[in-house]
Design a protein. Structure first.
Length: 444
């Protein structure tokens, strides 16, 4: 099924480039994506739908250079093209985008450039390392092998195997391509006793990820354990009533799971040129991320490396692993061509995935003192402008020093800038598509 593409990769881009030339457009960016997806949908263990999809589209950005009041500007406007557009429709889209860009007064900047010009091959057969290691049914088999507990089960499951071919071209010499495969899905686990409850989970892996099967099995087992605990959990407010207090004491607030990624990703956003140039962020190279120096509580320091899952940004900028923060000190400002140009720094591209160096404290040690450990949020929010984080949780564990109780229907809030000077990173690791780092973080 996946061993032959039989796709004309350049058909759409050639169609657009011809129209761009006919309309005398001097500056442009094309980001063409061809996606072939195998999908499986299950209710419990019964497959209810099997589907294969093929989509081909291109994000087209048209630039318009102009002068106003003695200043140079480079405006831009974008639209999505597909192979079904005829010449008249495409020409109209291009002309409309060019005229729209004339009203966008972005100060002039250089587009990414490359001396690397080459023809993109159109192979009939995929390279061996780009043939999927798993098909959708393989993933389903792995998942259902772990679904053996009568007290908890997978209620529904959706699986997607997506093979993506990307071709990026601009008017300044960029002409690059790459292929990637992702294994993703989402599922709902359910337990009916003593309460009928459900929890939602998702997963995603790249073709470059190692030990996918091991990680997926661990995730399924963890979620089934969580839903059993959720079925027995009581509202946090009930514990307060039972103990006759509005405030339950605990030494550590612990976040476990994907909220760790979302929390620390704050620094990826704050250290991007698009945040720094308009002064939403005042970070600079060499700064410490800890602003309230002199805090006397021992704290782990953050060392973060950005880890791209694909080789090029949407602009065709070469991405690579780079140290973003080392022992709390800022080592890199990332960014696209426009905002990097405004700051006078090299354009490194934008990043979503990163590696956070683990700490030396085992999770068991974090849990020796009274704690509230949150393992599943209904919606965790991280405000990249203020650093405020929080949300309502579906499942947490409260330990009062003697007894551990599963709790639900509570909420937390805080600001990472207040907590970063006394944070502890677990020695245990977790890894998924966007993140490789500690399983848990604790604030004391």
């Amino acid at each position: 099924m996946y061993r032959k593409m039989n796709i004309q990769k350049n058909r759409l881009t050639e169609h657009i480039l011809k129209a761009i030339e006919e309309n005398d457009i001097q500056h442009y960016l094309l980001n063409a994506r061809l996606e072939k997806t195998e999908e499986l949908f299950f209710v419990k263990k019964e497959c209810t739908l099997r589907r294969n999809k093929l989509t081909e589209k291109c994000d087209v950005t048209i630039y318009h250079d102009f002068e106003a009041n003695g200043k140079q500007y480079r405006g831009s406007s974008s639209f999505i093209a597909d192979i079904n557009m005829d010449g008249d429709e495409l020409n109209k889209k291009i002309r409309t985008a060019y005229h729209s860009a004339a009203s966008v007064k972005n100060p002039y900047y250089q587009l990414p450039a490359s001396s690397e010009r080459f023809a993109v091959p159109e192979p009939e057969t995929l390279p061996a390392d780009m043939i999927p290691r798993y098909h959708a049914q393989d993933i389903a088999n792995i998942i259902f092998e772990e679904d053996r507990d009568t007290a908890a089960f997978i209620n529904s499951l959706e699986i997607f195997i997506t093979q993506c071919s990307v071709h990026i071209i601009n008017s300044n010499g960029i002409n690059v391509s790459y292929e990637d495969i992702t294994y993703s899905g989402e599922y709902v686990v359910q337990s009916k006793t003593p309460q009928d409850v459900e929890l939602y989970y998702d997963f995603q892996y790249s073709s470059s990820d190692q030990e996918i099967e091991k990680s997926l099995r661990a995730s399924i087992c963890s979620s089934l354990d969580a839903i059993k605990a959720r079925a027995h959990a009581i509202p946090f407010s009930e514990i307060k009533k039972q103990r006759g207090t509005e405030q339950l004491p605990y030494k550590n607030l612990i976040l476990e799971g994907k909220s760790v990624y979302e929390l620390i990703a704050y620094y990826l956003r704050r250290l991007d040129a698009s945040m720094i140039y308009p002064k939403y962020s005042n970070y600079r190279l060499g700064d410490s991320i800890v602003r309230n120096a002199g805090h006397d509580i021992p704290s782990d320091k953050l060392t973060i490396t950005v880890t791209p899952k694909v080789p090029y940004s949407s602009e065709g900028i070469r991405l690579s692993g780079r140290c973003l923060i080392q022992d709390n000190i800022i080592r890199l400002i990332t960014g696209n061509a426009r905002f990097s140009s405004y700051l006078g720094i090299p354009a490194t591209g934008e990043y979503d995935s990163y590696r956070l160096q683990c700490g030396t404290t085992p999770l068991a040690e974090m849990q020796r003192q009274p704690y509230l450990k949150i393992v599943n949020f209904s919606d965790f929010q991280m405000d990249e402008l203020t650093g405020q984080f929080g949300g309502e949780y579906r499942l947490a564990y409260y330990f009062d020093g003697k007894e551990t109780i599963g709790v639900t229907n509570g909420s937390i809030s805080g600001n990472i800038n207040d907590y970063i000077s006394h944070i502890t990173l677990s020695s245990e690791n977790q890894s998924f598509y966007y993140f490789d780092g500690p399983l848990a973080v604790a604030f004391s």
